[in-house]
Design a protein around this ligand. Structure first.
Ligand code: FEO
Length: 169
């Protein structure tokens, strides 16, 4: 059984996952507007991944018989300064998510709630991969600087990303 305090925190996390999806939808819109169609595709897949993260949490809360309430999802901005800026903001967001998940893990540990702790470890591991992927993209963008052909090549590569449900691994 999940404690009331943890229940509340998990519902907040569920909301944060869908908010993340919304952020990435906005980032996809920005990239599309700027002609970075490959990056727009990349963020659209990131959006799908966040929806899958949210669904995993939702199913867990249902399985644990938690009274689920769904607070509103905060609005997002869709204006960024550059391709580098949008990926940097994406990394900063993921780092914030990692921090939240660590706090939640501490809470589950304090409650000796092994099932929830186990669930949260899946998210913590997923964060390592997400941060590393975005960091690598940022490094590539920094490498080419303002070189148009370089940016075009990176964008093209990002266009080849396809969706694989992260919760099935
Ligand atoms: Fe579900 Fe990217 O955090």
């Amino acid at each position: 059984m999940v404690s009331k305090e943890l229940e509340k925190a998990l519902i907040e996390q569920l909301n944060k996952e869908y908010h993340s999806a919304y952020i990435y939808l906005g980032m996809s819109a920005y990239c599309s507007k700027e002609g970075f169609n490959g990056s727009s595709n990349w963020f659209l897949i990131q959006y799908q991944e966040e929806v899958a993260h949210g669904m995993k949490m939702f199913k867990y809360l249902e399985d644990q018989d938690v009274d689920i309430n769904l607070p509103p999802i905060q609005g997002v901005k869709v204006d960024y300064n550059s391709l580098l800026d949008v990926f940097k903001k994406s990394l900063a967001h993921e780092q914030k998510m990692t921090k939240n998940l660590n706090i939640l893990s501490d809470l589950a540990m304090k409650d000796k709630d092994h099932a929830t702790y186990n669930l949260l470890q899946w998210y913590v591991t997923e964060q390592v991969e997400e941060e590393a992927t975005v960091k690598a993209i940022i490094d590539h963008i920094k490498l080419v600087g303002d070189n148009g052909y370089g940016l075009y090549t990176i964008d093209k590569e990002l266009g080849s990303r396809t969706f694989t449900d992260p919760t099935t691994k």
